[in-house]
Design a protein around this ligand. Sequence first.
Ligand SMILES: *Cc1c(COP(=O)(O)O)cnc(C)c1O
Length: 384
Amino acid sequence: MKSQLYGNEFVEFVQEIYRTREFIPLHAPCFGDKERDYVLDTLDSTYVSSVGEYVNQFEGRLSEYTGAKYVVATINGTAALHTALMVGGVQLDDEVITSPLTFVATCNAVHYCGARPLFVDVEWDTLGLSPESLAIFLDDCGEIRDDRLCWNKKSNRIIRACIPIHNLGHPARVKEIEEICKAYNILVIEDAAESLGSFTSGVHTGRIGQTGILSFNGNKIITTGGGGALITDDKEVARRAKHLTTTAKQAHPWLFLHDEIGYNYRLPNINAALGCAQMEQLPTHVNKKRKLAHQYKEWFSKKDIEFVSEPSGASSNYWLNSIVLSNIEDRDEFLTYTNSHNVMTRAMWTPMHTLPMYRSCYRTNLANAEAVEKRLVNIPSSVV
Ligand SMILES: *Cc1c(COP(=O)(O)O)cnc(C)c1O
């Protein structure tokens, strides 16, 4: 068995990269002086909460970086997803297509709308939703009825939306996915929580669907402590999203007029301050992470172990670097060895269709997702 041997050499290699023999986490945040300055500035100003200039500034910086016309900052990525689904009209008993290889938040947000996830398989190349599997599924089960909506013939539910995920930062083939969905009148919402800094043909992830969502949780490429954002080019979508995330309050100098049930989802100013400082570091973070990925790739190619590279035509932020081992026994041996030697490694997300709350959801053949989960290992990926 070789992963014992390589586990040992691997631990030494990672210790060399991070120049430490102490515990090496999977992904730690990286702060400079600006972070401290901006956060202290919000304390001095007392504007730490839902009102303040840093929130607008943070949205502006995200808009500039991603190229999206509108950005709405939220308390976390899950809230951004929930909002995107509500604005997209997802409602009770609808189905929303997604892949089972994702962080549980994707499916939870669907559930918050009273809708159900519908699982279609991933492809190995991108680890994202497979356009081929999607087309086969829709060809087989999708039916446009008199209401112009796409119904799942088998479950007799409306398929309202599709959420492709840019897994581990690698861009999914959203252009193909969007073309297929368009023919069936299915809305695309991109889960770009992990892929800030990833582009396909120069277009930032999250920009092809009606909306894209980002996350700034502590383990993502940049962090606001907790935070998220919704990006879109559609003015009306942005207006609705802003309204829903700010308790649906109408502008008025002194009255509290709320015209529907809204949500307290606005990102606080203190978090946005951290985000503004982090945005200044983002280009450097992306470069350093791509460099680290290159180092890993070279090392693993010498060991004859498969390193997960960015899909062709795409530029990945390499949020989490990962390798593919031969089988689940090798995976577990590698995980056991590295984690007991102060180097944090993790398996892929447990596929959603195997979790108790999503076990009964409609699904297609998910052989790839199941195989990826049995073989893939995430390795330390903090900015060096
Ligand atoms: C992190 C993440 C989210 C949710 O982000 P939070 O900010 O933690 O709510 C959603 N989807 C994916 C794929 C993620 O990795």
